[in-house]
Design a protein around this ligand. Structure first.
Ligand code: TYC
Length: 111
């Protein structure tokens, strides 16, 4: 109903009548995956640091800290990514390990 100033007062402030539509956001939050590195007795520490720098864009300091964490605790977090990115990183690690004949293992899991 219009008031004395001919405003329709339908609540949206535009003072116009019409179909009320609600726009549904088109972007869904991607499910995230942790990429984890596993310890072993043979892969050289320097190679693990190289992998963390080249695949996970860590600087020397971060890469060294993650490598030492994995070495001491058995497993460590390299990063959290969408499913597709996590899979890509995982296969990059596995390809590098294979190519250099190191037993380095990497896994991913739902966050
Ligand atoms: N434990 C290995 C060594 O003593 C080093 C290492 C660290 C290997 C992290 C794998 O994900 C790893 N040479």
């Amino acid at each position: 109903m219009a008031d004395k100033n001919n405003r329709n007062n339908d609540g949206d402030g535009d003072n116009q009548t019409g179909t009320i539509t609600k726009t549904k956001p088109k972007t869904k939050k991607p499910r995230l995956y942790k990429v984890l590195l596993l310890n072993d007795d043979y892969t050289p520490m320097e190679f693990v640091i190289f992998v963390l720098e080249s695949v996970f864009s860590k600087n020397r300091e971060e890469a060294t800290a993650i490598m030492l964490h994995v070495h001491q605790k058995g497993v460590g977090l390299c990063g959290v990514y969408s499913h597709e990115i996590a899979e890509t990183k995982l296969s990059q690690v596995m390809d590098l390990a294979l190519e250099h004949e190191h037993p380095l293992q990497c896994t991913m899991e739902k966050e």
